[in-house]
Design a protein around this ligand. Structure first.
Ligand SMILES: *Cc1c(COP(=O)(O)O)cnc(C)c1O
Length: 414
């Protein structure tokens, strides 16, 4: 086979049915951004949307905005749109709070549906906040509740009769490995357990069939592939069959059947509205909706098709250009088994990532040795994939990473 070159990548961009979406994002000139899985890029129409909200809605409409401008319905309206991206029905998803807090709430709800069982099962390598949340919930539920952690390949064998809930992140943040949601859900149900899925690295880029796979509960992030902005509100999804029996562990007035009746006792709203707690963050929701609308317009199947081609291209170019430099693939080799990222291990992963950033290529590093590249197909071009690998090759050939400013120990968020 002929080696791939930059012209091949330009041809792929020309033939890309999603190519016009890139123009709808603000991206700094000359920057190659392969971190949309950590913070999605800003859609260009966000500033105008926020300005309109500030001036015409908050400014002029004031309190009337809650009805006149549809503020009160935004969490459910955007929830329905996100639901359509993850295979959930109309009234199963609501936007609220953060992924961490939503996880606490759905885990608590799920545990209450399995009152005879005391164990939350997860994998040791799950995203730490998910584990911390489960630990804090178990501690609050009582001394006999525990979070049981096993290795990834031990999950199926660990489905013993004491498991109340299996809690997994559908696409692993480090390796990009995907769980087969249908299979694990079926096995969990056969063992009498419920499932809680974290779609943070899946929503908006990986096709999901929440209803079809008979999943029970899910949460996910608004600021990654959904491009909702830094700290965007997250979502939570509850299968319709669980809605009525579900008791949320935190009940607030907006989850009440009639919030403005101001009754002293809680009565849950019908449907997913019962999972609301307090007054929604309208400024943040307005920004999130712009990103979600772009994903809906592009459609997840089209995004997935491009994402697969991009991760395959990256893996092929890495094999072609970086052979002998000490990288090994940390993601599954088959594109169908990973999300929209490719991760590579390297003993010098941290300084390499730093040198890449200095070269205007933003990926990220996850300890101890993973260099991670996310491909947000709404705005990443095929030539970006080429240019990123070319920059990486230059850094390796010239040993650019081996400089004191890049070798300083990792600090904070990158
Ligand atoms: C990004 C991410 C989160 C983020 O949680 P926050 O509450 O928004 O900080 C949680 N879980 C997983 C798996 C993630 O990838």
């Amino acid at each position: 086979m002929q080696p791939l070159n930059r012209t091949d990548c330009e041809a792929l961009d020309l033939a890309d049915p999603l190519r016009q979406f890139r123009d709808r994002f603000h991206l700094p000139q000359g920057l190659i951004y392969l971190d949309g899985n950590s913070l999605g890029a800003m859609p260009k129409s966000v500033p105008a949307r926020i300005a309109r909200l500030l001036e015409a809605e908050w400014g002029d409409d004031l309190i009337r905005g809650w009805t006149k401008d549809g503020w009160m319905d935004l969490p459910l309206a955007i929830g329905a749109k996100i639901g359509s991206l993850i295979g959930a029905g109309e009234d199963e998803t609501v936007v609220a709070d953060s992924t961490s807090v939503n996880l606490f709430r759905v885990l608590g709800a799920a545990l209450k549906l399995r009152p005879d069982r005391r164990v939350i099962l997860s994998e040791r390598t799950n995203f730490p906040t998910d584990l911390y949340i489960a630990q804090s919930l178990a501690a609050m539920m009582g001394a006999d509740y525990t979070l049981r952690l096993v290795e990834t390949d031990e999950i199926e064998a660990a489905l013993s009769p004491d498991i109340a809930v299996v809690m997994l992140t559908q696409v692993d943040y480090r390796t990009g490995r995907q769980w087969d949601m249908k299979r694990i859900t079926a096995l969990a149900h056969r063992a009498g357990a419920l499932t809680v899925w974290d779609f943070s690295h899946s929503a908006g880029v990986v096709p999901l069939d929440f209803d079809g796979d008979e999943a029970d509960f899910a949460v996910g992030c608004g600021y990654k592939y959904l491009s909702g902005g830094p700290g965007a509100p997250a979502f939570l999804t509850i299968a319709r069959r669980h809605l009525r029996p579900t008791e949320m562990p935190i009940t607030g007035w907006l989850g009440h059947a009639e919030p403005f009746a101001f009754e002293p006792g809680f009565r849950a709203a019908e449907g997913i509205g019962r999972a609301r707690v307090g007054t929604p963050p309208i400024l943040s929701l307005a920004a999130l909706e712009v990103g979600v609308d772009l994903v809906c317009e592009a459609t997840v199947p089209a995004l997935r098709a491009k994402s697969i081609r991009q991760t395959e291209l990256f893996a092929a170019l890495a094999a072609q250009e970086l052979d002998g430099f000490g990288f090994s693939l940390a993601s599954p080799a088959a594109a169908g088994q990973r999300g929209s990222q490719v991760s590579m291990r390297h003993v010098h992963g941290w300084p390499i990532t730093q040198a890449l950033t200095a070269a205007n290529v933003i990926g990220d590093f996850r300890a101890p040795d993973i260099v991670r590249f996310g491909f947000a197909p709404l705005y990443v071009r095929y030539v970006d994939v080429w240019d990123a690998v070319a920059a990486l090759k230059r850094i390796m050939v010239e040993r650019q990473w081996d400089q004191p400013q890049f070798r300083a120990a990792p600090t904070g968020v990158t």
